[in-house]
Design a protein around this ligand. Structure first.
Ligand SMILES: O=C(CO)[C@H](O)[C@H](O)COP(=O)(O)O
Length: 248
């Protein structure tokens, strides 16, 4: 069965001075999930917020009743040390912890003078750790990373090592409001053909003008920041994005 359409507005484009209200209103406006961008100023050239903010947002949105259901806090960890923060984000109320493949395989942490972590990990171990902490696990790739690197985890025979979602970045991560990279669509199509039931998220430059291309390629989870929060009627945009994914 193909996975359902999921609309996940990115609160990166919300009013940071009133984030709690922005989260509850966005869910009331028809969003399925909230996409929460965590940036550390190392992995990407920008900073946002950490687990204490996520824990303060949690009471504004009811937790999902089922895995990947309405109210999911979809935390996109654009951070150099994804293992280090798993426990804190689980305790803060994150439901889906999506780390970058590039961060999990890199040795940046060991050579980074400001790093306090001596531990780095590999994607399979990290997915197992995230699952053990009671969260779902996502794995993301930047535009310059080939989609084939994901096959090892997606094809794992060990259930705990298989991610619950893949995120294909359709902009270079770090900032909202960038242009959609259409060249990422073959990655989405490749994954959809190979994994018909996989949750495939796309993030960056998605709006009413670009959604058709992402939907046709097979994406079912749509992150949209500026298109939703910059709109006079966010609920209408959320509805339009959903219909486009359902039509495919
Ligand atoms: O991860 C991100 C940036 O790194 C954002 O989620 C993404 O860019 C959404 O913003 P927009 O829809 O405005 O492009």
């Amino acid at each position: 069965m193909p996975p359902p359409a999921v609309i996940a507005p990115s609160i990166l484009s919300a009013d940071f001075g009133a984030l709690g209200a922005a989260c509850s209103e966005t869910i009331e406006n028809g969003a399925d999930w909230l996409h929460i961008d965590i940036m550390d100023g190392h992995f990407v050239p920008n900073m946002t917020f950490g687990a204490p903010v996520v824990s303060k947002l949690r009471p504004h949105v009811q937790r999902p009743k089922t895995a990947l259901g309405k109210g999911t806090f979809d935390c996109h960890m654009m951070i150099a040390e994804p293992k280090k923060w798993v426990t804190e984000f689980a305790n803060a109320g994150c439901d889906l912890y999506t780390f970058h493949h590039e961060a999990a395989i890199s040795s940046t942490a060991a050579s980074d003078p400001v790093s306090t972590s001596s531990e780095q990990t590999n994607p399979k171990e990290l997915i197992r750790f995230i699952h053990a902490k009671g969260m779902l696990a996502g794995i993301a790739i930047k535009p310059d990373t080939e989609v084939e690197v994901l096959y090892e985890v997606l094809d794992s025979a060990v259930k705990e090592e298989v991610p619950d979602m893949v995120l294909i970045m359709t902009v270079h991560p770090g900032f909202g409001g960038q242009s959609f990279l259409e060249g990422m669509m073959p990655k989405v199509k490749t994954l959809r053909d190979r994994y018909p039931e996989l949750y495939i998220e796309v993030d960056g430059g998605l709006g009413e003008k670009t959604i058709g291309r992402a939907a046709k390629a097979g994406a079912n989870v749509i992150v949209a920041g500026s298109a939703v929060f910059g709109a006079p009627e966010p609920g209408r945009v959320i509805g339009a994005l959903r219909r486009a994914v359902e039509v495919g």
